[in-house]
Design a protein around this ligand. Structure first.
Ligand code: AGP
Length: 614
């Protein structure tokens, strides 16, 4: 949550950091602000409630000159989302300005002590406390900014990625992180700093991922300097960015979400590239091969994740238990981290996260690691915190996912989990060769089958219009399709603001059936693989109560179609792979309903792409 960006170099900073803010806007959009030091040595701070575009409108009337600047897009935690609470925050003397992503947990205590020392506060934020503390330490100890930040952070409990500038020293920009991500880009006589690499990729592909509890000094004409909070010097590890600029643009689509839905044939091929060998009908995953014994001897697998990634984890459970015969538990990271779970050294913990930065999942990883479990990460953002904190793992390789509603990351997570389940099963001997070969061959056909489903986009857009009146939706599925029902409901909720619930189809008669009326659209996943006959009975029950049925069926189906008001057909596939196909029409349906309702599809209200606070 919250995006931070900074620049120091020879260019004008404002255009660089504003563009950077647009790229980071997916991280929060309650307010935005910039701080710039101009050539007269003035430190100008401009802030606006709302989106980056609101800030731009305001700043267009102001002096935005300067070759050093920091900028922030906020997802509010402490203090309501207004202009006063927007970042950057000044210190008391207005000599320093700070931007911050994270939470300072002991801010109340620090604030009280600063008030006793004569400090006044303008905002309700925890961030302002930090900049005041830095100023207090700087003045009382007579240190430079770098040391003052270092000493201040040693008093802070919580999570942060910060950037600080000092009016009287426009040659230095200080950054630091603990728990929230921070990347530095190294150009010619210039440095960039950001929450992720998206604001940097346009200018350089040389980056350094700043580690936890590290402080970085970006100084004109000098090498990058990194120290830990406890003053240990670190050698910067320069990495090459693989990201491209076109991946960050809409490419002619009206929304990133639609672009990302349509990218899935390619992203799934990318997830499988070098891993699924169609000619030899084989799967190779280096994260598995390197740790084969651990997987083969695992007593239990615990999957931990949040939101959509948790839904992917549930599908992973079905696949791993079916093929590898290892018991799997799927845990919400936020519950797992606090409920004193029983974890033993022969447990494998799989952490799933698109962003690789979700605070609860990261904490769950740390907890499981401290109990001696082997941790395997399934993440998308290369170099993010979760893959850096796991023993091994597997990237999903779908490129940047910018729409807040996760789509292509979900199908790639399911693909990776399926590959893993098949591999363990094959190596353990719990999955026979014939079935293994059949599923691997079918996996290779999934991208083309998704293309086939995407060709129904216009039809889905048409009938989606019919449902914008609805206040509630129910999504039903069984077996592998139960998590797909949950995911379909989540997609609809988050972008169209229509209340939706996912349910195991057979559970309906234990309560939710009371909700069914002719006003209630019910989306039923009824492919021919799995418990077709049983789902058919569930559909009859809905029909008898006059519910509106939208069914997802296998091509050629007539029986379910006859009972449904609307039907979307998907190609035939293996049961364990149906979620990869069935998820697509549900993504499209949620998208089109939201578009007709006129909501902000890519940046739905109250949400942020990367939830770096608990
Ligand atoms: C998905 O559409 C959501 N925006 C959200 O549930 C998301 O999946 C969740 O916050 C987990 O994020 P992660 O995969 O980056 O850890």
């Amino acid at each position: 949550m919250c995006g931070i960006v900074g620049y120091i170099g020879t260019r004008q900073a404002y255009p660089v950091i504003i563009k950077g803010l647009h790229r980071l806007e997916y991280r929060g959009y309650d307010s935005a602000g910039v701080a710039l030091i101009n050539e007269n040595g003035e430190l100008n701070v401009y802030k606006a409630k709302g989106k980056v575009a609101d800030l731009e409108r305001f700043a267009s009337q102001q002096d935005t000159k300067g070759t050093i600047g920091i900028a922030h897009t906020r997802w509010a935690t402490h203090g309501e989302p207004n202009q006063v609470n927007a970042h950057p925050h000044f210190s008391q003397s207005e000599e320093l300005a700070i931007i911050h992503n994270g939470i300072i947990e002991n801010y109340a205590l620090l604030k009280q002590s600063l008030i006793e020392h004569g400090f006044h506060f303008r905002s309700q934020t925890d961030t302002e406390v930090l900049v005041q503390l830095i100023e207090f330490i700087k003045k009382t100890n007579g240190t430079d900014l770098f040391t003052a930040v270092q000493l201040a952070l040693s008093q802070v409990i919580g999570a942060y990625a910060i950037a600080v500038v000092e009016k009287s020293n426009p040659n230095v920009l200080i950054g630091a992180r603990k728990g929230s991500p921070l990347v530095v880009g190294i150009g010619d006589d210039e440095f960039f700093l950001a929450s992720d690499a998206t604001p940097i990729v346009e200018y350089t592909n040389q980056v350094v991922y700043i580690g936890d509890e590290e402080i970085v000094k970006l100084e004109r004409g000098k090498e990058l300097k990194i120290k830990t909070i406890s003053n240990v010097e670190k050698t910067p590890e320069i990495k090459k960015l693989e990201m491209t600029l076109t991946q960050l643009e809409k490419g002619g689509y009206p929304h990133f979400m639609l672009k990302e839905i349509f990218e899935q044939p390619k992203t799934l091929s990318d997830s499988m590239r070098g891993r699924v060998n169609i000619e030899k009908n084989n799967i190779a995953l280096s994260g598995f091969i390197d740790n084969k014994d651990k997987f083969l001897n695992a007593g239990r697998i615990i999957i931990t994740a949040c939101g959509t990634s948790w839904h992917a984890g549930l599908i992973g459970k079905y696949a791993i238990e079916e093929f590898a015969r290892i018991p799997v538990e799927v845990e919400y990271s936020s519950e797992f981290r606090y409920r004193k779970p029983v974890i033993s050294p022969n447990d494998i913990v799989i952490a799933i996260s698109q962003s690789g930065e979700t605070a609860d999942t990261l904490a769950a990883v740390e907890l499981a690691k401290s109990k001696g479990a082997f941790i395997f990460g399934i993440c998308n953002v290369v170099g993010s915190s979760i893959p850096r904190n796991t023993h091994s793992g597997c990237y999903t390789h779908v490129g940047p996912e910018i729409g807040v509603a996760s789509t292509k990351a979900f199908t790639a997570q399911v693909t990776v989990l399926t590959m893993l389940a098949l591999l363990i099963g094959k190596e353990k001997g719990t999955l026979c060769d014939e079935k293994y070969l059949k599923i691997v061959s079918e996996l290779g056909k999934i991208p083309d089958k998704i293309t086939d489903i995407l060709s129904q986009n216009d039809t889905i857009a048409q009938f989606a219009k019919t449902f914008t009146y609805a206040q509630n939706f129910i999504y039903l599925g069984r077996g592998y399709n139960y998590p797909v029902a949950l995911e379909g409901a989540l997609k609809l909720k988050e972008i169209s603001y229509i209340h939706a619930e996912g349910y195991p189809a057979a559970e309906m008669k234990h309560g939710p059936i009371a909700l069914i009326s002719q006003e209630m659209p019910v989306v039923v996943l009824a492919p021919n693989a799995g418990m077709y006959e049983k789902v058919l009975s569930n559909i009859q029950e809905i029909k008898a109560r006059k519910g509106k049925i939208i069914s997802i069926v296998t091509q050629g189906d007539t029986e379910v179609k006859r009972l449904s008001d609307y039907t979307i057909s998907i190609p035939e596939t293996e049961e364990c792979l149906v979620p990869l196909l069935a998820a697509i029409p549900l993504q499209l349906m949620a998208y089109h309903i939201a578009v007709v309702k006129g909501t902000d599809v890519d940046q739905p209200r109250n949400l942020a792409k990367s939830v770096t606070v608990e």
